[in-house]
Design a protein around this ligand. Structure first.
Ligand SMILES: [Fe+2]
Ligand SMILES: [Fe+2]
Length: 358
């Protein structure tokens, strides 16, 4: 079984056979919700949705229609459990927007295999949209990110050259074929640290392109994004991958990662600008950040840009303990953070993530 995902199961009162719930729970995190009380958050935090309602009952179909029509839902694979293989139920499921369906009850192994196929198909679909250049860049970068974090966690040297070379591929792929499909494929990656690092990298490259900086600077932004959280390689996995919110003491350990980044990168003699990004992307303009409590002009422009890409990626990424925010809401939240982030820079960043603005 590959990755552990957050799955929302939507049911109605009438549903009798629910044995599959324990089965799914064995592999994934689940949340059960009644079809009449599904919240926006329930949808936004789901990697997959399972629907088990009476498709002949208007009281269930009506709220389900609204849920299925949500724009955010359209990107989430939705698996319908039918009570019988009848034309009526199949047509109803398809009309509502089912990604796949199965007649339930069915043997456990068939149920779980169909569910996993659906999950894998979603990943494959995202990758299938990539051009050859984008696919090559993504494959190489994921390997390099994995190796870099692995080496850092084992106290081995992290190669600046290797990361720079892989980032050159991203810059070239983005210049040639754009970044949207590339980012969609990254969004499907199961490892949250790698996914986060690559997305910050992607947003920084897009941002750099939008404001028209030169190619070598784009590469610096890409490298900075990719390794900005390298210090997380030193954080215990039970904290780093905790499927719920961190306690106060765990948060303190987590906030050590910029200091660890400094040690890891300085030991390997990385460029100062890249160390600056990795060490200071959690500093705030009002001095409330960490680790050094820098203020205003003490924070460089490239670090300010990295902070914005970092916060935006955090807010819009879904985890089992928090839903993903929409891009609009994330920008609004960032603008309301007072004097922590560079407001002018957020406004300049906005067209990177909101279509129709430039
Ligand atoms: Fe960080
Ligand atoms: Fe980060």
């Amino acid at each position: 079984m590959p990755q552990k995902l957050h799955i929302t199961i939507i049911q109605d009162n009438d549903t009798k056979n629910k044995a599959y719930i324990d089965l799914v729970k064995h592999y994934h995190d689940i949340k059960l919700v009644d079809v009449n009380s599904v919240s926006h958050d329930d949808i936004m935090r789901s990697a997959v949705i399972i629907v088990q309602v009476d498709l002949n009952d208007p009281n269930s179909i009506s709220p389900l229609k609204d849920i299925m029509a949500l724009p955010e839902r359209c990107h989430i694979p939705t698996f319908f459990l039918l009570r019988e293989f009848s034309r009526r139920e199949v047509v109803q499921a398809n009309t509502l927007g089912a990604t796949d369906y199965i007649v339930y009850p069915c043997p456990n192994h068939i149920f779980i295999q169909t569910l996993e196929d659906l999950i894998n198909k979603t990943v494959e679909k995202a990758w299938s949209k990539l051009t050859e250049v984008q696919e090559e860049a993504l494959k190489v970068c994921l390997k390099v990110v994995e190796k870099t974090f692995h080496n850092a966690s084992k106290g081995l040297e992290v190669s600046q050259k290797e990361v720079k070379d892989s980032c050159k591929l991203i810059v070239e792929a983005t210049a040639k074929d754009g970044l949207n499909d590339w980012m969609d494929a990254i969004r499907q990656h199961h490892n949250s640290t790698y996914r986060h690092s690559m997305m910050v990298c992607g947003y920084l490259v897009s941002f750099g392109m939008l404001i028209g900086i030169k190619k070598t600077d784009l590469q610096t932004l890409a490298v900075g994004g990719m390794i900005h959280d390298i210090g997380k390689a030193a954080i215990p996995l039970e904290i780093l991958e905790k499927p719920s919110e961190l306690t106060c003491s765990e948060r303190k350990i987590m906030e050590q990662h910029p200091v660890d980044s400094r040690i890891i990168l300085a030991n390997a003699k990385w460029d100062e600008m890249l160390i600056d990004i990795a060490v200071h992307h959690h500093e705030n303009l009002d001095g409330s950040g960490y680790p050094d409590g820098l203020k205003g002009n003490q924070i460089s422009d490239i670090v300010r840009a990295a902070s914005i890409a970092n916060v935006f990626t955090d807010l819009t990424d879904k985890r089992s303990y928090k839903p993903a925010m929409t891009a609009e809401k994330a920008i609004e939240t960032m603008l309301a953070m007072g004097n922590q982030l560079d407001i002018d820079l957020i406004k300049a960043f906005r067209p990177v993530v909101l279509t129709g603005e430039s």
